[in-house]
Design a protein around this ligand. Sequence first.
Ligand code: TXA
Ligand code: MG
Length: 348
Amino acid sequence: MNTVIFKVKNNSLEKEDLDNICEIIKSSGVVAFPTETVYGLGANALDVEAVKGIFKAKGRPSDNPLIVHISNLEMLDELVEEVGDAAKKLMDAFWPGPITFILKKKKEVSETVTAGLQTIAIRFPSDKIARDIIEYCGKPIAAPSANLSGKPSPTNGEHVIRDLTGRVEAIVVGEDAVIGLESTVVDLTGKYPMILRPGGISKEELEKVIGQVQIDKALNSEYSEDNKPKSPGMKYTHYAPKAEARLATGTREEQVIKIKELLNDLRSSGHSVGVLTVDENVEKYACDNIISLGSINNMDEIASNLFKALREFDDTSVEYILCESFENVGIGLAIMNRLKKACGYRIF
Ligand code: TXA
Ligand code: MG
């Protein structure tokens, strides 16, 4: 398949480009585009053939439901049964933005989108290009992250081009994703709101608006038959770099000591080792490859660099990656969730 690349200039798409993109969407094609969280891989959510095209392009298991993206609240009418008070408050506070709500789906929405579930994930992104595309096409757009299944989500156009050239009709290349981690997924179909995937909007921010919010307990440890996350996608060992990644715990000083020790052991038995650290610690390690995520005092920066860093290690020949960890507060919860998965829950 020939993949057309559309380049965003001055944070906008030419009318001719928008026309072409919508033509592809209307003829059941698949188009990757930027959002504020990560790049998405979109198709008309109301067109079953188009939605099947997304699963095929990504190599995504069909039991993993998609998020449907909207560009105005009227679009909700044809997708969800009802928007309760809690949902209204949260939409008011956080949309457009990096948060996805799980609501009861309208029966007209195909179960191909929701992977057989009677609930549907909806997000109203804030990114201008994403909104322009959805609004111009006038269709809700189903879009998972635009990576090949199993790889870290793409935070820039180059990542998408690498993963999906030849597999999708078009790729819209814009700015790097500002947030760099996928949206927070909040289930609003139970008694209490529950975070199924931590992301750009933190538990603390949610609680300011709606009071107590739960977190799916299954997220704390590895997937097993007895520990199934409520969000089907959270069971997959996502984000795994090629090298074996391990996550250090303890105070930052303790982490540095532990990493140095393991680094010594591994290198003295002939292995090539990378370290994923912060600006404050880059000078402290003698390793084969070092990547800093940014300053420990800027957790947003750390979040936005994480997936890029994991992909960069894949371009090196390191066999192990030793990672520092972060506090489980604010966006730190989402960073740690992704890091634990990237490390296959190998924590030391
Ligand atoms: O930031 C994001 O959310 C990005 C951008 C493109 O919007 N999208 C994204 O989509 O991360 P994806 O498909 O990679 O992740 C969607 C997650 C999966 O874990 C999936 O299982 C979950 O949302 N999900 C979707 N529908 C659901 C539902 N009805 N109930 C529970 N979880 C659901
Ligand atoms: Mg994904």
